[in-house]
Ligand binder design. Structure first.
Ligand code: DX5
Ligand code: ZN
Length: 227
């Protein structure tokens, strides 16, 4: 069975205080940090790159780092970039635990999954709202996670697209034990749709980072998934 995972998207954090912001959400119950990398080509926005991820890795050690007493988290890197193959080695080096590429950005998804795994990290594939879910059926057995986008990638704070839920349902029916992530517009109002459809990895930027009580939002979302 799959377990509920909440991954706050750091895009909604105060970048001037990134380390503290991440400690805040980890202490509030976040399991992963969702790191949105945008290159201004695959999507019409630019966010952050390797130097920031490397700095953040020093502030937030890996989950298996038993020596550090700092808050720890899994780094879930969502690569909204063209030619994702070019960036695998760099992101492994700067501390990624998982590399999620977009199906639309590569000619050889299976080759890219193998490349990512050869570096010893997890491999995931994302689909944009306009991409049919069946492109993931053959790739599924090779993936650690599939990401069904619930907004057009590029910006935080957009409206959740409930019409993407049949894609999540179809994937869950085929892959009962795979991590299935939803990303965009998730919060207390929209989580019931995603949880019911079968998503277990919930990305939430605005709803977690702007909450008066992030722990409440995170535990509510996890509770919905485990129902
Ligand atoms: C959009 C990003 C999302 C986004 C989520 O392209 O992939 O991760 O930051 O932000 P919210 O939760 O605010 O919709
Ligand atoms: Zn994302």
């Amino acid at each position: 069975m799959v377990k509920p995972i909440v991954a706050p998207s750091i895009l909604a954090s105060d970048f001037a205080n990134l380390g503290c912001e991440c400690h805040k959400v980890i202490n509030a119950g976040a399991d992963w940090l969702h790191i949105d990398v945008m290159d201004g080509h695959f999507v019409p926005n630019i966010t952050l790159g390797q130097p920031i991820v490397a700095s953040l890795r020093k502030a937030v050690p890996r989950v298996n780092d038993t020596e550090s007493t700092k808050p720890k988290a899994f780094f879930d890197c969502h690569m909204m970039v063209e030619e994702p193959e070019k960036w695998v080695a760099d992101f492994v080096k700067c501390g990624a635990d998982q590399f999620t590429f977009h199906y639309e950005a590569t000619k050889d998804p299976l080759g890219l999954v193998k490349l990512i795994k050869s570096h010893g990290i997890k491999a995931a594939c994302a689909i944009k709202p306009g991409t049919p879910v069946d492109v993931l059926y053959e790739l599924g057995p090779h993936l650690d996670m599939a990401l069904v986008m619930t907004v057009e990638p590029g910006f935080g704070g957009q409206k959740f697209m409930v019409e993407m839920m049949p894609k999540v349902e179809a994937l869950r029916a085929k892959f009962p034990n795979m991590n299935i992530q939803v990303d965009g517009g998730l919060g207390k109002e929209t989580i019931p749709h995603a949880a019911k459809a079968g998503a277990n990895v919930i990305v939430a930027g605005t709803s977690v980072f702007t909450a008066a009580d992030p722990a409440d939002v995170i535990s509510f979302m996890k509770g919905q998934v485990s129902e």
